[in-house]
Design a protein around this ligand. Structure first.
Ligand SMILES: Nc1ncnc2c1ncn2[C@@H]1O[C@H](COP(=O)(O)OP(=O)(O)O)[C@@H](O)[C@H]1O
Ligand SMILES: [Mg+2]
Length: 133
């Protein structure tokens, strides 16, 4: 039995839906208001990247409990063009769009775990966790 929440990202408005679902799941997991905001921010940054660079994709939110602590798993995935140079994309200020280029590196900083895998022509998957402390 899975309690995961799956949010298709197909249009601008879905970013708000994903952010809201993330906030709700974070709240029910016991995260503070500040942590809920951080989690919601991470989700909206990744959802925005999907809309901007891949067109469509999905965000999957899963509550975590490893026995010792609870947390939240956020997976953002798309089947867009992929990222040619991941190290470059993770650099502060790098953007192929017209934005600040801090979405990926900034999100990595505010999450406890952050992993980006991308294959040119196949798509991008970002896996992030944040633990309750
Ligand atoms: N899902 C994605 N698919 C393809 N390219 C992406 C994706 N997410 C990010 N990128 C690439 O990585 C760059 C950096 O992303 P980010 O740090 O969020 O900054 P910004 O969105 O402001 O450009 C983007 O400009 C884009 O080239
Ligand atoms: Mg971005």
């Amino acid at each position: 039995m899975s309690t995961e929440v799956r949010v298709p990202i197909e249009r601008e408005a879905d970013i708000v839906v994903a952010r809201q679902k993330g906030r709700e799941l974070a709240a029910s997991t016991g995260f503070s208001n500040t942590d809920q905001t951080i989690i919601a921010l991470a989700i909206s940054e990744m959802a925005r990247n999907i809309i901007s660079y891949a067109g469509t994709g999905e965000i999957v939110l899963t509550p975590l409990d490893d026995g010792a602590r609870r947390g939240i798993l956020i997976v953002a995935r798309d089947e867009g063009p992929g990222i040619a140079d991941i190290d470059l994309a993770m650099r502060d200020g790098y953007s192929t769009g017209k934005s600040l280029g801090v979405g990926l590196p900034g999100t990595k900083r505010i999450m406890d775990e952050f992993h980006l895998s991308s294959v040119l022509g196949l798509g991008t998957t970002i896996t992030m966790k944040r633990w309750l402390r």
